[in-house]
Design a protein around this ligand. Sequence first.
Ligand code: ADP
Ligand code: MG
Length: 347
Amino acid sequence: MNDFLKLQGVRKMFGNSCVLDNVDLQIREGELVTLLGPSGCGKSTLLRCIAGLSELDGGSISLANKDLGKQPPRLREVGMVFQSYALFPNLTAGQNVEYGMKMRGLSKEARRRRCEELLALVDLEDKRDVYPQSLSGGQQQRVALARSLAVQPKVLLLDEPLSALDAKIRKNLRAEIRDIQKRLNMTTLFVTHDQEEALTVSDRICIMNKGRIVQEGTPESLYTEPRTEFIARFMGSYNVLTRPEVMALFGGIDSSAESFAIRPESVVLFNGRTVHQEDINGKTLVEGTIHSVSVLGNIIRCAVDTAGIRLTVDLLNDGCWLRVEEREKVTLALDPAQLLHLEREGA
Ligand code: ADP
Ligand code: MG
């Protein structure tokens, strides 16, 4: 087996409520796996269990074939970065990075050398003697990352490390984290509630809901094949349709599913242009009215009312699109092959 970090049947109770319900998770060496789920679904609790900050009520966790069960946190070879920067405010960036090494009795010279390497890795060579309050949020989080890597952990746990940062810094730092993770071949479990973040950084994503992993796969497979309504809604702006709605739009359906989904970018919209036959081959045509239009940068997102159903339709904002206007009559071409048949939750 090349599973490096392995969780089997992990359970955690707080009083009567089951916060982690039989969680199985395997991560290969060098892999970056993301836990994606809404607030309160148990992501932080799972990381705390791996780090040894929270005790298990059932199941087991092993790292590099060693059972972590009886190991205290400091012997687990796990590095952790939290949402709040959690740096020691009275220590400089360099002293923060050196802290763990000092606790482990590394020589001053060795600490200094390793600290320089790590600050260079996170692009903060010139901030060694600066105190946290004089660093930006993004810089503090890089120091936290360097500090967590200082003791050469076997696995890195990142608990929403970017959530407190501005959108632009968040995007830059997530690319840097991914880059560093690959360079070090660092086995990493990354937690977020942001689906875009999960899609961009991960080798694999595990979607969590109410203490359980409900679907796992590559970013591509989760985005294109959500199994349930919860996942379809969570992964993107899918149109989720009931069975009667699908009957109204497509005239019939060969499926016993009760719930369906279709992606906004897979619906073709026409407004008064000549309809090209190749655009509609095999598709179902329905008349609709534009309810609203919003420009999201490279995408124009329209809400279109048709057969009593409001559909989200995305158009590529490529400059050659005819203007779409509110209250305008349009035709939609829906491809039955693009309709996903969703499973019931918990099935
Ligand atoms: P997430 O990180 O996904 O937002 P958490 O793991 O922090 O979720 O919390 C999962 C659930 O466990 C929540 O309902 C939370 O209220 C509860 N919880 C977390 N920590 C404790 C605790 N120490 N005592 C009691 N309940 C807790
Ligand atoms: Mg959390």
